[in-house]
Design a binder for this molecule. Structure first.
Ligand code: NAP
Length: 385
C-alpha cells in the first residue's frame, strides 16, 4: 500500500524535515499535497521536486506569485485559509501531516479527523484549544492520531509497553530552553536574540520562544492529557538539558519506560508515517557512552509560571485553554515584532486568563470566539502598555 500524504506547513521546520524523511522512505510514501502561508518560492521549489497534485498558499496576497512560479507544472493551486481544509479532505490523501504553526491549523486538523484520515500531528495548538472535540471526532471516524511532537511520540511509544489503565504517571521532559539556569530577576532582561537561541533544538520562531518561556511545555501538558486520556494531575515535567530522553511513562508496578533518541525531529516524523513499522531513516541512535551523563531536575515554578497555569487551565476546562493559547500566540507575535519584553509574554497571558469569564460545555464557535477575544485583548493591552 502506498501512503498518500498531505503536508500542511511544508515550508516550516517540521514540514522541511518531513519532506526529507519522505524522500528517504522511497516509493511507498507519496506527497500528494503541500501548503505554505507566504513562502511561495520555497513552496514552488518543493512542488518541482515532489510533484504533488495539489498545492495551497494560505496568504491570498501570495497566490499570484505562486501561480507564476508554478507556470507549466500540473499541480492545482488553491489559496486562502480555507484551502487547508480542502487539502485535508482530498480523497487521494490518506495521511495528513499537520505542521502549521498556531490555531490556524485547527479547521484542517478537525477536517482530517472527521474524514477518518491518519493525522500525524505536530501542530499542538488545535489539541490545546479543542482537544475534546478533536478526540471525539477521531473516535467517531476511526482516525488514527499519531503525535509528532518528540515528547508525545515518546509517550506514544512507551504506552505500547502496558495498558492505558496501568499508567501511573506521564513524565514529560523539557530541555529547559536557553534560560533554565536564570532566576526570576535575571529573566526580566533577556533579549529577543537570546530567546531565539535554543540550546538543543532547531525549530521555528514561535515554538523557540515558547520553549524559552516554557509555554511550550505548558501546552504539551494539555496536549498529552487529551492525546492519552490522562488527567493533568498524573503529568509531571522534568528538566532534562541533554534532550535525549524524550519522555517517560511510569506504570502502576513501578516500571518506568522511556524513549531515547538524538534531538532530531526526523525520528518522530518518520514514526508517525511508518507506524506501526520501524524502518531505517536519517536519525542516528544516541551514543550513550559518549554522552556520559543524563541529568534530570524539577523546573522552578516561580520562574516558569506557564507550567502552573497549564494545570489550572486544564482543570478549569471550557474556554480557558483557548484563551491561554491565543493570548500566548498573540503575545509571542508582539515579542517577535519587538513591541514587548520577554517577561510581558506571560504577564499578558495571565492578564487575559484573569479577565476572561470561563465558559464550559462550549461549541467550537464559542472556543473560536474566546480565541479571538484573547487576541484582541493582547493587542489592546500591549499597545497601551
Ligand atoms: N519545529 C519543531 O521542531 C517542532 C517540534 C514539535 C512540535 N512542533 C509544532 O509544529 C508546528 C510547526 O512548527 P514549526 O517549528 O515547523 O513552525 P515554522 O517553522 O514556523 O513553520 C510553520 C509553517 O506553517 C505555515 N504557516 C504560518 N502561518 C500560517 C497560517 N496563518 N496559516 C497557514 N499556515 C501558516 C508556514 O508557512 P510560511 O513558511 O509560508 O510562513 C510554515 O509552513 C507548531 O505547532 C509547533 O508547536 C514543532
Amino acid at each position: 500500500m502506498v501512503r498518500r500524504i498531505a503536508i500542511l506547513g511544508s515550508t516550516g521546520s517540521i514540514g522541511r524535515n518531513a519532506l526529507r524523511v519522505i524522500e528517504g522512505l522511497g516509493p511507498g510514501y507519496r506527497v500528494c499535497a503541500l501548503s505554505a502561508h507566504s513562502n511561495a518560492e520555497l513552496l514552488a521549489e518543493q512542488v518541482r521536486r515532489f510533484k504533488p497534485s495539489y498545492v495551497a498558499i494560505t496568504d491570498e496576497s501570495c497566490a499570484g506569485q505562486l501561480a507564476g512560479l508554478l507556470d507549466g507544472l500540473a499541480a492545482e493551486v488553491l489559496s486562502g485559509p480555507e484551502s487547508l481544509v480542502r487539502l485535508a479532505e482530498l480523497d487521494e490523501v490518506d495521511t495528513v501531516l499537520t505542521a502549521v504553526v498556531g490555531a490556524a491549523g485547527l479547521p484542517a486538523v478537525l477536517a482530517a479527523a472527521r474524514q477518518g484520515k491518519r493525522l500525524a500531528i505536530a501542530n499542538k495548538e488545535p489539541l490545546v484549544i479543542a482537544g475534546e472535540i478533536l478526540m471525539t471526532e477521531a473516535a467517531g471516524s476511526g482516525s488514527e492520531i499519531i503525535p509528532v511532537d518528540s515528547e508525545h511520540s515518546a509517550i506514544f511509544q512507551a504506552m505500547q509497553a502496558g495498558k492505558s489503565g496501568e499508567v501511573a504517571r506521564i513524565i514529560l521532559t523539557a530541555s529547559g530552553g536557553p534560560f533554565r539556569e536564570l532566576g526570576a530577576e535575571d529573566i526580566r532582561e533577556v533579549t529577543l536574540e537570546q530567546a531565539l537561541s535554543h540550546p538543543t533544538w532547531d525549530m521555528g520562531p514561535k515554538i523557540t520562544i515558547d520553549s524559552a518561556t516554557m509555554m511550550n511545555k505548558a501546552l504539551e501538558i494539555i496536549e498529552a492529557s487529551w492525546l492519552f486520556g490522562v488527567g493533568v494531575e498524573k503529568i509531571e515535567v522534568l528538566i532534562h538539558p541533554e534532550s535525549i530522553v524524550h519522555s517517560l511513562v511510569e506504570f502502576v508496578d513501578g516500571s518506568v519506560i522511556a524513549q531515547l533518541g538524538e534531538p532530531d525531529m526526523c525520528l518522530p516524523i518518520q514514526y508517525s508515517l511508518t507506524y506501526p513499522d520501524r524502518v531505517c531513516g536519517p536519525a542516528k541512535a544516541p551514543q550513550l557512552a559518549e554522552i556520559g551523563r543524563l541529568n534530570f531536575s524539577r523546573p522552578d515554578p516561580t520562574v516558569f509560571r506557564a507550567l502552573g497555569l497549564a494545570y489550572e487551565v486544564s482543570r478549569a476546562g471550557g474556554t480557558a485553554a483557548a484563551v491561554f493559547n491565543a493570548a500566548n500566540e498573540a503575545a509571542v507575535e508582539e515579542f517577535l515584532a519587538g513591541r514587548i519584553k520577554f517577561v510581558n509574554i506571560l504577564e499578558l497571558v495571565e492578564h487575559c486568563l484573569n479577565k476572561h469569564d470561563i465558559r464550559t460545555d462550549v461549541s467550537l464557535d464559542e472556543l473560536l470566539e474566546a480565541d479571538m477575544w484573547a487576541r484582541r485583548e493582547v493587542a489592546a493591552t500591549a499597545c497601551s502598555a
